[in-house]
Unconditional design. Structure first.
Ligand code: MN
Ligand code: MN
Length: 330
């Protein structure tokens, strides 16, 4: 390459330089920026195994081999969108409320500058302040929530309202989420009570369990998922939606989840929806092996970026349903 050397960034080999997401420039200058990748290294909301505070750094490391052209979606996102690595939110480990305030303020700043947030967690408690900021700008959100768990507990620790298991309960209570445009993808595993899954369903939330996925097959699942999606959509992707065989590095693993390939197909199935913000959470590097989980998370973040690029570029075929993923079969 003949581009001048800055000592970091994409003009160097992938193994060289200071690590940023996809070797993008690190800056808080959002002039002309379409998408800001924001690290949120907070894991004080975890109930079992912590370590997701190390997620953003490791996902960045795992992202350096993302070469840029997405063959499945036929788009090179960095040619369509100006994307930067916005660095990390200043979190306060012993205070979830102060950390949430800082997360919300950072998301507000990115949105005020006209950019879209792609957040890298962190545990799932970070999604509530992120969604609060997005709902303030876009109104009640439609949500696609990939997760083994519904995260709709009333209280997880005594009377504490906030944790990684309560975010979506609070968001529905605060009317940040429109329940009729909210889909949970990949629920499974035992729960303390039946109510853990029922609470959201009773409020009109669509829950697609792993048993549903096995019964329906992926194309039908994509169709069902898309039926609920109108208006501004926030995608929240808990990496434990994937099976622990494909994502061992996470805090609350549940067997019987999606394969990596299925996760990619489901995210690509969101092609054409009005994606206004997203996060990839619950990657806990201390429990990972061979970076399996962080590589998956980095690739899913790249798919989300690609969806934004496809939508920005326009020219959707037909009704915007994904090509290369037969919507007729099944
Ligand atoms: Mn979760
Ligand atoms: Mn989960």
């Amino acid at each position: 390459m003949t581009t001048p050397e800055s000592g970091f960034g994409a003009e160097l080999e992938p193994f060289a330089g200071i690590t940023s997401f996809m070797r993008l420039p690190v800056t808080r200058d959002l002039t002309g920026v379409d998408v800001a990748v924001v690290g949120v290294p907070y894991d004080g909301g975890t109930s079992y195994r912590s370590g997701a505070r190390l997620g953003p750094r490791r996902i960045r490391e795992a992202s350096v081999m993302l070469w840029g052209y997405n063959n499945a979606l036929a788009v090179k996102p960095l040619d369509v969108l100006k994307v930067v690595d916005y660095g990390d939110v200043n979190v306060i480990p012993p205070s979830i409320t102060e950390s949430m305030a800082n997360i919300e303020a950072r998301a507000d700043a990115v949105l005020a500058a006209g950019a879209t947030v792609l957040a890298l967690g962190g545990d799932h408690s970070i999604s509530l302040p992120l969604m609060r900021a997005h709902a303030r700008k876009f109104g009640p959100l439609g949500v696609v929530h990939f997760d083994a768990h519904p995260d709709t507990w009333h209280r997880e620790f005594d009377e504490q309202p906030y944790s990684h298991g309560t975010s979506f309960r609070r968001a529905i209570e605060e009317k940040i989420i429109d329940p009729s445009r909210y889909v949970q993808m990949g629920l499974r595993g035992p729960t303390p009570e039946a109510m853990d899954w029922q609470w959201a369903r009773e409020r009109g939330v669509r829950a697609i369990t792993m048993d549903d996925v096995v019964e329906l097959g992926l194309p039908a699942v994509v169709r069902t998922m898309r039926e609920a999606l109108r208006g501004p959509i926030y995608v929240s992707l808990d990496i434990d939606a994937a099976d622990p065989a494909f994502a061992p590095g996470t805090g609350t693993p549940e067997v019987g989840g999606f394969t990596s390939r299925e996760m990619l197909q489901l995210v690509r199935g969101l092609r054409g929806v009005e994606l206004v913000g997203c996060d990839v959470v619950e990657v806990s590097p201390p429990y990972d092996h061979g970076d399996i989980t962080s590589i998956l998370a980095a690739n899913l973040a790249f798919e989300l970026l690609s969806l934004m690029a496809v939508r920005r570029r326009g020219g959707l075929e037909g009704n915007g349903e994904p090509r290369g993923f037969s919507m007729r079969a099944g």
